[in-house]
Write a protein of this length. Structure first.
Length: 277
């Protein structure tokens, strides 16, 4: 009985099944274009962009360490799998949207060789700077480029990249559909798109444990180590507002992508989405 009451209490906080709200995340309709969700809170689009900038500036210094701590290091395995599934080739040009501290870009740079190029594209300068030290004086340093910019208006011409990828960042784009449309635009015909993102665990009991960890343990550790409980309360909320895998697949197909597929990782905590232009 105690466990049942506790589960009901958690359910009031953790809204996995807010399908209507999730749909507004992927809509670019004029009716909702001036509004966006920041976690569970519906605010103006401009406010969301500002809050995302402030949010990541506040956590940039601790971002990589907290990712490793909170995921028990498994995020590295997810990223390696995601880049491997892209099947990159030497000499290709790759765009890393919301590239942040560069983990995906570094993995890709090792594959595409000295003739290839990876552009880390992120709206937050502090996040870009926080990751630059990883490649200083390394053999891949010259393969990486950095641009501060908005994913909703990517500053490259049409059909420019062989592949585009985004890891744990598209949730934070104010108009997510526009972000995917921009990736589609800058890809060459036949270009590959990969999105690595959090999702809903498939096994109910595991989901319960994950929910408890996300809403109670993660914010506590965020406050203890990074001095920012709020940032690590927003994180699980934004995950639960993100489209479920089938919903995101439908969106990608509507944009024009083909061969859309996805693969669950670690009981569905994370998902790799793949598509072809």
């Amino acid at each position: 009985m105690i466990m049942n009451k506790f589960s009901q209490g958690l359910g009031k906080t953790m809204e996995w099944l807010e399908a209507k709200k999730r749909r507004t995340q992927i809509s670019n309709s004029p009716k909702g274009a001036d509004k966006a969700y920041f976690g569970y809170e519906r605010i103006s689009s401009r406010d969301k962009t500002d809050r995302v900038l402030q949010h990541f500036s506040s956590v940039a210094r601790h971002y990589d360490f907290m990712n490793t701590l909170l995921s028990f290091g498994i995020h590295y395995a997810w990223k390696r799998t995601a880049v491997r599934m892209l099947k990159l080739a030497p000499g290709e040009r790759i765009l890393d949207v919301c590239g942040g501290t560069g983990d995906l870009a570094i993995l890709a740079a090792r594959v595409i060789g000295p003739a290839g190029r990876v552009v880390i594209y992120d709206i937050n300068r502090d996040m870009i700077r926080a990751g630059m030290h990883k490649v200083i004086d390394s053999e891949i340093e010259g393969r990486l480029g950095y641009i501060q910019g908005n994913a909703e208006s990517i500053s490259f011409p049409d059909r420019h990249f062989d592949a585009a990828m985004v890891g744990f960042g598209i949730r934070n784009v104010t108009h997510m559909k526009k972000g995917f449309e921009e990736m589609y635009r800058v890809l060459k015909p036949g270009g590959k798109m990969m999105c690595l993102e959090f999702s809903k665990p498939t096994w109910p009991f595991f989901r319960f444990l994950y929910d408890f960890y996300s809403f109670y343990i993660m914010p506590f550790l965020g406050q203890l180590i990074a001095g920012n409980r709020y940032a690590y309360t927003h994180l699980p909320e934004s995950i639960r507002m993100f489209p479920l895998p089938d919903e995101l697949s439908d969106l990608l197909l509507k944009i024009g992508f083909s061969q859309v597929s996805y693969r669950n990782l670690t009981n569905g905590i994370a998902v790799i989405h793949l598509a072809i232009k």
